[in-house]
Design a protein around this ligand. Structure first.
Ligand code: ADP
Ligand code: MG
Length: 288
C-alpha cells in the first residue's frame, strides 16, 4: 500500500472508532495469525459483582468485607471496585488504610487499623488452597479472593463477571478471517478460565502474572507467528507492547494499557476487532 492509502485507511478507521498509531501496525495486523486475549475487562465487562462472602473463622462477614474494601480503597482493579461496591451496598463505612501496596497480578496489601490486610488471589496464601470452602466455591467457576488479616486467612470473597455479549460473534468472524489460533490468557484461576474458554471454543492459560503474558507473546513470535494481543489492564501493558499489534480494549481502559498499545478501540465493542483485521487486509491488499 502507498503511504497515502495507509493514511486514508487510518483516517477511515478513526471515524469508525479504531485509533491506529501508525501504518506499520496495519501491515502487521494484515498478516497476523495468532490472537491472545486477556479475560477480565477484555472478554468480560470487567464489572464483577461480589456474590458470596464466606467467613473462615469467627470474624463476621461484614467485618471481612469492611477490611477488604478498606484495603482495596485505592486500587484501580475491577475486582477492587466490586469489593468496594459490595461494602457500600451493605452500608459499611471504609477505614483509611495507613499503607497501600498493589501486588501486580495477585492483589493488594494494606495496613488497616493497625492490621496487615491482604486481599487477592488464593495463590497469595498457598496453605489456603486446601480449604474445603475454597475448593467448593472454585468449582462454581467464580473468581475467588482470599482475605488475609495478620497472616491468617479470615474469609473468601467470590466474584462473578459477565461475558461481553458481542464476543462470540466477533470470534466467529475472526475465525472466518483465518484467525484460528485464539488463546485466553488470564491471572484468574483455571476453573474460571476453563469455563469461559470452553464456552468460546478457545484455548486458555490461567494463573498468569504480567511477566508470563509477555513470555507467551515472545514464545509465539519465536515460532514465527505474528501476534495480536488484546487487553485492558495495567497487567497487560508489557504484553501489549511486545505483541506485533497490541490492542487496548476501550478508551476507558487503563492509561498504561492505552499507552502501551498500538491500536485502541475507542468504544468497548468487540465488533471493532474483526473490522480492524478486515480494514488492515483491505489496505494492504492481502488476499487469503
Ligand atoms: P486478568 O488477567 O484476568 O485480567 P488480573 O491479572 O488483573 O486478571 O488479576 C489476576 C488475579 O489477581 C485476579 O483473579 C485476582 O485473584 C487477583 N487480583 C489482582 N488484583 C487484585 C485486586 N486489586 N484485588 C483483589 N484481587 C486482585
Ligand atoms: Mg484485564
Amino acid at each position: 500500500a502507498t503511504p497515502v492509502a495507509m493514511l486514508a485507511s487510518i483516517g477511515a478507521a478513526a471515524r469508525r472508532g479504531l485509533l491506529i498509531k501508525g501504518g506499520k501496525y496495519l501491515e502487521e495486523l494484515a498478516r497476523a495469525d495468532v490472537l491472545l486475549v486477556d479475560k477480565t475487562g477484555t472478554l468480560t465487562l470487567g464489572r464483577p459483582q461480589i456474590t458470596d462472602v464466606v467467613p473462615l473463622n469467627n470474624l463476621p462477614a461484614a467485618e471481612i468485607l469492611r477490611l477488604a474494601a478498606s484495603a482495596e480503597r485505592y486500587s484501580e482493579h475491577p475486582l477492587a471496585e466490586a469489593v468496594r461496591a459490595a461494602a457500600a451496598a451493605q452500608g459499611l463505612s471504609l477505614l483509611e488504610p495507613q499503607t497501600f501496596t498493589p501486588i501486580p497480578g495477585l492483589g493488594v496489601q494494606a495496613q488497616v487499623n493497625g492490621h496487615q490486610v491482604v486481599v487477592g488471589s488464593p495463590r497469595l496464601a498457598p496453605e489456603a488452597q486446601n480449604l474445603p470452602a475454597l475448593q467448593q466455591l472454585q468449582a462454581s467457576g467464580k473468581t475467588l479472593l482470599l482475605v488475609v488479616v495478620d497472616g491468617q486467612a479470615v474469609g473468601i470473597l467470590a466474584a462473578a463477571d459477565t461475558l461481553r455479549p458481542e464476543v462470540p460473534q466477533a470470534l466467529a468472524q475472526l475465525k472466518a478471517l483465518g484467525i484460528e489460533q485464539v488463546e485466553l490468557l488470564t491471572g484468574d484461576n483455571p476453573q474460571t478460565a476453563a469455563r469461559l474458554a470452553e464456552e468460546l471454543g478457545v484455548r486458555f492459560r490461567a494463573n498468569l502474572l504480567p511477566e508470563d503474558k509477555i513470555r507467551i507473546v515472545k514464545e509465539y513470535q519465536r515460532q514465527g507467528h505474528r501476534v495480536v494481543m488484546i487487553g485492558d489492564g495495567v497487567n497487560d501493558a508489557p504484553a501489549l507492547a511486545q505483541a506485533n499489534v497490541g490492542i487496548a480494549m476501550g478508551a476507558a481502559g487503563t492509561d498504561v494499557a492505552l499507552e502501551a498499545a498500538h491500536l485502541a478501540l475507542m468504544r468497548e465493542d468487540w465488533t471493532l476487532v474483526p473490522e480492524a483485521f478486515r480494514l488492515a487486509r483491505h489496505t494492504m491488499g492481502v488476499v487469503l
